[in-house]
Design a protein. Structure first.
Length: 231
């Protein structure tokens, strides 16, 4: 066992830097390490002297590395929950409810199926309401800027279709030809879904839409989560 001001090593249970440790606590006779990646490590049968030494080292590390006042990184569910729940009333006051935030300028793009939900709401908005929203910032990918861009893009598309009625029929045919649902979604229990490949029923995954959001495939923002969001 090795304990320093920067690392903790208790073979074969744990060997990491204190930077990766969120908290430690006792659970019965086991010392529990909660790590930043979400993993929990249990170390049994430590002497009281070792336990006291570990707690002292962790406390010293925390005191020498006070937390910075940085905005918390939003989860996938927090990022995409707003446009999924948005209503017309929320849109009318979005300038107040959802502000441009440069701290989140590097967020990933909103999935296409979520953009489609936003677009459906844009059809209920008038041009005046949309123009009243503050301009999205160039090269910013925060949630506000992405949502407003999607709304304005849909309004522009609607205006182009009105000016060129022949485009509407071409678009309708293209959508029907391209539309195919590969995944079948079944609710198992609250916020838990089974996703099955229609082409290969043996290929199944479980998606959880609660906190944390995830899929048994292990990939973030996977097709299975998207399929559940679309259902």
């Amino acid at each position: 066992m090795k304990i320093t001001s920067t690392l903790i090593s208790i073979p074969p249970y744990i060997s990491t830097s204190w930077e990766q440790v969120i908290a430690i606590h006792m659970q019965g006779q086991e010392l529990i390490f909660s790590l930043k990646d979400g993993e929990t490590i249990s170390v049994p049968s430590l002497s009281q002297e070792a336990i006291d030494q570990i707690f002292s080292a962790h406390t010293a590390f925390l005191e020498s590395h006070p937390p910075q006042n940085k905005p918390a990184k939003p989860t996938f569910e927090q990022i995409f929950a707003f446009p999924l729940r948005m209503s017309l009333g929320a849109l009318e006051t979005m300038g107040q409810a959802l502000q441009h935030n440069p701290a989140y300028s590097g967020l990933p793009p909103i999935p296409e199926e979520v953009v489609a939900k936003i677009a459906s709401l844009a059809k209920m908005m008038g041009e005046e309401e949309l123009e009243a929203l503050p301009e999205p910032e160039m090269n910013c990918n925060c949630m506000y800027c992405q949502v407003v861009r999607a709304l304005r893009k849909e309004i522009q598309k609607t205006e182009e279709l009105a000016d060129h009625p022949n485009l509407r029929e071409e678009e309708k045919v293209a959508d029907e030809e391209l539309h195919f649902e590969q995944w079948s979604v079944t609710l198992i229990q609250d916020k838990m879904y089974k996703v099955t490949n229609k082409l290969d029923p043996k290929e199944q995954f479980t998606v959880h839409l609660g906190d944390p959001l995830g899929c048994t495939c292990g990939k973030p923002n996977c097709d299975h989560i998207i399929a559940v969001l679309r259902s």
